[in-house]
Write a protein that binds this ligand. Sequence first.
Ligand code: B12
Ligand code: SF4
Ligand code: SF4
Length: 247
Amino acid sequence: MELKNKIENIIKETAANPGTETRYREPLVGYASARDPIFDEMKKVICPRNLHPEEIFPEAKTVVSFFLPFEKELVKLNWRSREPVGEWILAKGETDCLIGEINEKLKAELAKEGIKAVAPSIIFDYKSKGFDVSWSHKSAAYAAGLGTFGVHHMLITRAGCAGRFGTILISAEIPPTLRPTEEFCRYKKGEKCLVCVDRCPAGALTIKGLDKEKCFRLLQENAKAFPELNQLACGKCATGPCALKSR
Ligand code: B12
Ligand code: SF4
Ligand code: SF4
């Protein structure tokens, strides 16, 4: 089987039978060359701490990015309520575990063909590093042609923005995915929207961008409201017209 198909089958089959309460629509997968100059540019755009794929895994040839889109029902549930929604908060934690599982399966299956795979480890450590991260999944997904950034700072894919991204670096070449040439955010395209700005309960979003501190504070409050879930989530901005599709 062609390598690309093998990777995509593993991701899609795992998301179709996830063993979680959260359910997913069909995942999207995109590819970028580890040598693409966009990864040098990211150091400047994101922060100097952001690592180049080859700094994480010197043999990296391809950056594989995947998106696990949440099912429509979960998005509707979070859209309907102004209060934090337990199912969404649960989905955050469950999906991160599922991404870890997918990475392990990919590593094991690719190893059978002599291909090495490394998943960038991401530690969001606000106390010592603020919002700086060593690897940005959404920026990698942008590089791998999966979407464009919305007013809400999230990446909008063809399956929308409601879901989560994973990345794995592999030692084999896969042709890169072409990046979209159009904007997926309605407002950035010149249409009326800003639903994400109106929806944000923290007043963290404006047309100028995201106040990360304000958003983070609300996520911390939500974590206190659902201590058993122990997750930072809200996602009201990810339930508007770009939640499930790009147009
Ligand atoms: C730190 C972090 C946070 C912080 C800060 C958010 C932030 N935007 O930086 C806080 C705690 C506030 C937060 C909140 C949320 N987060 Co968060 N968070 C992260 C984390 C760990 C890193 C974020 C990151 O990439 N920062 C890098 C900087 C650059 O991002 P930025 O400033 O927003 O980027 C802007 C520009 O710099 C530029 N840009 C960025 N990259 C590039 C690249 C190029 C080439 C260019 C030209 C420009 C460009 O465009 C961006 C948009 O304007 C990632 C997981 C990971 N390791 O990737 C998840 C992640 C971004 N979070 C995610 C989610 C879903 C959320 C929440 C909805 C919470 C929830 N789960 O309910 C909210 C949404 C807030 C919002 N509107 O963005 C998802 C986003 C999914 C998506 N569709 O994009 C991610 C990717 C996790 C995942 N595994 O999928 N998060
Ligand atoms: S809700 Fe509208 S303005 Fe906000 S990111 Fe989505 S399409 Fe853009
Ligand atoms: S996650 Fe919630 S608080 Fe943060 S920007 Fe989105 S709507 Fe606002």
